[in-house]
Design a binder for this molecule. Sequence first.
Ligand code: ZN
Length: 224
Amino acid sequence: MKTNVIEYKKCIICTSNEPKIVYSWKKNYYNPDKYETCSWDARYNLAFNIVRCKKCKHMYTYPSIKKEFLSNVYPQDLINNNVKPSELKSDKKFLPIINIISKYKDSKNDLIVDIGTRYGTLPYMLRQMDNDSLGRKLYRKKWYYYQSAAHMHYFDRRSLENLLKKYGYKIILIQKPSFFRNIQLFFRQIFMKKRTVKFNNGKFHYLNERKKLRDIYTYIVVKE
Ligand SMILES: [Zn+2]
């Protein structure tokens, strides 16, 4: 069963098949009796690597979970589906995104498509954790965004922009996190108490043991 859920994919940027291991995590890296591991290994008790393509330097999870099993990474029993869109409008996490979309919205075409998971708040815009960010450089293997099953690709500006170009997207806007804000956050986190969050099945959320800075770039792109 377990061997059937994974696959060994070529690099999506350059299609070469020369992955070099950068980080490795053994099976049960997060004890499944203590931690909810759905977004880590889809509860399949898998070992993962993060690799770097020798040719184009793109980093990705290796192996990856096959498409037909990806729903186990975000299982319905753990996701709160009672979130109301009207409430999200005033949520400080989503408000900046909604403001950007309102500014760039094409009045001739109001269709907005969200490609992603959870609530559906990333319309025709791409938010991407930056693999060249300050947080990644400081926290390395313990970087918040390294989540084997849930995050399959770790783009930096170069690899993401190559991919966008390859599929005919034009970049309208790039929003970068503030370097000085990140330095403030870094020092604040040293003294911050650990938050304990549990899922509704009583298991701990491993992400609370990880540190993060604002390591996300926001892109607005249009298909040319
Ligand atoms: Zn490559």
